[in-house]
Write a protein of this length. Structure first.
Length: 442
């Protein structure tokens, strides 16, 4: 078997595979001989069927299968030996008058080659790294929520100041029918809260959605509608009350602190606020990191210029899935996936050039930390190493979990690399300010 490559240009190549009779004849004869041993054909004893009959019945199918095996093996070995970095899979060039009755065959495959490019992580860009802080307003609100949550709950029939009301929001035209619980203090206008005072279970209150809350995103939760629908929504909704709940706030004393954090971990209101701030800002960091990753990704895609073998990839997309696509469908799919493919190539080069690797020991340690954190959320603060390692072993026996956790660990390594090398501006914001930035409203 002879395999050669012809580079059409920097991004496209054609591989020619020449298969001679000597390459496949022995394999075909062996398979047909095995068929003959086991063939059951009326008029002949088992194992005594004439080879000419076996050849006539099975010869062409066996030939096709054995030549295809040779092609796949030879082509794969060639790509490895030549160290070709290809996109997609080789595409066979269709020959209309291909002659399977000949002894020797020539096959051609189109290749899409990965582009050569460089990535400059230190290049100037407009990426901002946000530090989200829990400000005093948020801390006071959270303390009040804790007092309410752990206070004495009293069910009542008439709405009074400080009560929560549960009920159903409806608007037939928009298809809104959603039950929720409202904290009257969250309304943007105090007059709206006052309109509930004195209402009873079963009463209905008509509200205008425009300006109902200081943050329009709250409407997404209480009306159960999407982000695109909530902006500029100016309709009337009816809220029918089905429950009124009053609460007597819990005292900010040691008993409450111990219930929240364990004995003597927190001993004052100031320490309570410090703990809330610490926990909140840990959670905020995850959101800030995700925004940072997204922004760096966009900046790298924008600044890292290279061409792709677009026409080849569109042809490959047509045949890559379970259902063949039309050229028009493949064009649409390529346009949707092009940015993702570009970043996949950029990320691969970043990982290679910076020697980012994941060892199995690192994966075990990473999984252990995740499991301990999950156990802590369910009150298991001090699990034994034996228990944790037992869970780790079970988790990592699942290949899908290994892949998911490996990707997660590599993601953290890439994040650390970006924080170290990518030039950014730092900006401190409150959580409310960050949410507006996330939705492009700042």
């Amino acid at each position: 078997m002879n395999i050669t490559r012809n580079n059409v240009d920097a991004l496209n190549a054609v591989v020619t595979v020449e298969v001679s009779k000597n390459d496949y004849a022995t394999k075909v004869e062996k398979v047909l001989a095995d068929y003959r041993k086991n063939a059951t054909i009326p008029g002949f004893r088992k194992g005594a069927v004439p080879m000419s009959l076996i050849q006539k019945q099975y010869g062409k199918a066996v030939l096709l299968e054995e030549v295809n095996k040779l092609l796949q093996e030879g082509l794969n070995n060639f790509l490895i030996e030549e160290k070709l970095d290809i996109l997609g899979n080789p595409l066979p060039k269709v020959t209309e008058d291909f002659n399977w009755d000949a002894d020797d065959y020539t096959f051609e495959f189109e290749l899409g080659l990965a582009p050569e490019f460089s990535v400059d992580l230190t290049a100037k860009n407009n990426v901002t790294q946000y530090k989200i802080v829990a400000d005093e307003t948020m801390l006071n609100a959270q303390v009040a929520r804790i007092q309410k949550q752990y206070g004495k709950i009293i069910s009542t029939d008439v709405v009074a100041e400080g009560n929560d009301v549960s009920g159903v929001f409806t608007n037939e035209e928009k298809g809104i029918n959603h039950r929720t619980t409202l904290d009257l203090e969250l309304f943007a206008d105090a007059k709206t809260a006052k309109s509930f005072i004195g209402k009873k279970v079963g009463d209905a209150v008509v509200l205008k959605t425009k300006g109902l809350f200081a943050d329009d995103h709250k409407l997404m939760d209480v009306l159960n509608i999407g982000h695109d629908d909530v902006h500029g929504l100016d309709i009337e909704v009816t809220f029918t009350i089905d429950e009124v709940v009053a609460s007597e706030p819990a005292n900010l004393d040691q008993e409450l602190f111990d219930k929240l954090f364990g004995p003597k971990v927190v001993t004052s209101v100031n320490e309570l606020k410090d703990k809330i701030k610490e926990d909140a800002e840990k959670q905020f960091e995850q959101q800030s990191n995700q925004r940072f990753l997204n922004d760096v990704t966009e900046a790298l895609i924008e600044s890292t210029k290279f061409d792709l073998p677009a026409e080849f990839l569109k042809k490959w997309i047509q045949t890559a899935g379970e259902t063949p696509l039309t050229p028009e469908q493949a064009e649409e799919e390529y346009n949707r996936s092009e940015k993702g493919l570009r970043y996949q190539l950029i990320e691969g080069k970043i990982i290679f050039e910076n020697g980012l690797q994941t060892t199995f020991e690192e994966l075990k340690d990473f999984t252990s930390v995740l499991i301990k954190n999950q156990m802590a959320q369910f009150g298991q603060m001090n699990p034994t190493d034996e228990d944790v390692q037992g869970i780790v072993a079970r988790v990592l026996s699942n290949q899908e979990e290994v892949k998911r956790l490996s990707d997660q660990l590599m993601g953290e390594k890439i994040l650390r690399l970006f924080k170290e090398k990518v030039k950014t501006k730092s900006k401190e914001v409150t959580y409310d300010e960050f949410i507006k930035i996330m939705y492009g409203e700042a």
